[in-house]
Write a protein that binds this ligand. Sequence first.
Ligand code: ATP
Ligand code: MG
Length: 652
Amino acid sequence: MSQEPGLSNLMHEERRFDPPPELAAEANLTVEAYEEAAADRLAFWAKQAERLSWAEPFTDVLDWSDPPFAKWYVGGRLNAAYNCVDRHVEAGRGDKVAYHWVGEPADDTRTITYADLQREVNKASNALVELGVQTGDRVAIYMPMIPETVIAMLACARLGAPHTVVFGGFSADALATRIKDCAARIVITSDGGYRRGSASALKPAVDDAVARCPDVRNVLVVRRTGQDVAWGEKDVWWHEVVDGQSEDHTPEMFDSEHPLYVMYTSGTTGNPKGVLHTTGGYLTGVTYTFWGIFDNKPDTDVYWCSADIGWVTGHSYVVYGPLANGATSVMYEGTPDTPHKGRWWEIIQDYDVTAFYTAPTAIRTCMKWGNQIPAEFDLSSLRLLGSVGESINPEAYVWYRENIGAGTCPVVDTWWQTETGAIMISPLPGVTSGKPGSAMTPIPGISADVVDDTGTPVGKGEGGYLVVTEPWPAMLRTIWGDDQRYKDTYWSRFEGKYFAGDGAKKDDDGDIWLLGRVDDVMNISGHRLSTTEIESALVSHPKVAEAAVVGATDDTTGQAVVAFVILRESAGDGGPDVVQELRDHVAGEIGKIARPRSIMVVPELPKTRSGKIMRRLLRDVAENRDVGDVTTLADSTIMDQIKDGMSTTSED
Ligand code: ATP
Ligand code: MG
């Protein structure tokens, strides 16, 4: 087999940030963990499982006799909701705050202790039983960011009824597809939620979806906004069936491999996949990583992850990871710019948040708005920052560290996926000297590598494909109802290895840099260029806040780089020469080969509803094709705006 060259390694970054000494001195996860896990990986994972309460101990850590179908913690029995809630109350921590919930309207807040959570989850569990929910039944949840969403998830987990949470911004179509795909019989929703200063309806989309899903028996509706809703015979109010229930419910213990939930991927690359996570391994993975990567000290920390619960980040790091650790979290209903662009920073100030976890897209948006906004707030409670969802451009990382983290907070750039369930590659906040833009190394217990086309690990300074080389507890077990797609998508590209679909490189120290989707790789005059480094070069220009690059067919070079950029507000319209300036900047930063053939200044980029850039749509624009499937796009008018402006700014 002829060996294609790996991905080009274009950028070199010299900046390093050591962990603050106080954090390092008290860090939960220390450098010894790497050695311990390397010496005996399964013993390491057995030890991590001790963070949970098991009703029945497991007999084997891993059964990998039928790859790629893994069984973790074989024979163990546990209940996920008991682990997240009851055991903390039993240990005398019932008065501890689980969530400081902040609604979008001013002064609309709720404080929910672990004891409150236990009462509410028990009542909701009893209500679901009354509605006929049995162990193994699927329940769809389509909700805003309100406490009942967490309560509903935990009630399902308590009953062993796998939930599938569908992001509240999705259309009726997307909801119906997901309800059908996993044959949910109950849908939990609300009348609406607050977004951008007004009540936005959810129930009409459910009505529309349920009309197409005759097998749905009931729709359980939380009253959040009080807006008018149409009412059908399947509909029941949450307050009518939940509020009067008994506050007691005895949890059943389930097999470690009992399904916990099905989560559909973001759909960045196309058709979303229904990823199945099970109980013992998943909960071990999120409990360990939340403790270790966010260095959580439950007695003193206030943690906030801004992700919506409709995404895997919300599942693992708003719900299961924090709760299993008995942590105190902030949960916020609304958007970062309502009623003003400093709302997030105000919440951090008001609740003395110590650790904040968000996505690069949000950081770049704040960068676009300008430094003066966070500067108005006291963010001195923060001691750790995190990022997930895309590669964080070095410039955005440094901006985040300086403007939010006072130049002292470590930034953990965490690489993981819906499929991996928990963080896989990340710096350790008390150990690693961070490099802006690098996710650094696999965390203790995880084995990952960068390989070439033949599956051979690449050398230092070379690029290729990211793979996970050993099974891990929080790994997906299959794609719901489609074992073959599970094998084909993840386990067929490289023998015995999990293929993540992402490009990556190892730098001269062997640290890992994520380079973007393999599907987005460009071939320019025989050089294989990934998207991330060119985008980061653009973002390193002081006028640029965000950038997306794609490869478009080109007569002379095979493909040519086409870039789309959003300018910082401080740059105004960028001036008459901005396009040429940016092309030269890229050439200067990483070489002529990467110089974009054309650059278009745009007001927004097409993003999924979880905020990831959808480059496949931009490729359609760059190649003058009709734009493909836009159902997972957050704002469908953006593609029209981009197409309309396209002809005026190309430079050849
Ligand atoms: P689909 O698989 O349906 O196309 P998706 O991959 O966007 O959707 P997610 O599981 O939400 O769905 O996203 C995981 C992907 O996000 C990773 O494969 C990677 O491309 C990107 N990602 C997540 N964290 C990071 C990170 N820290 N650095 C770089 N990329 C990241
Ligand atoms: Mg994916």
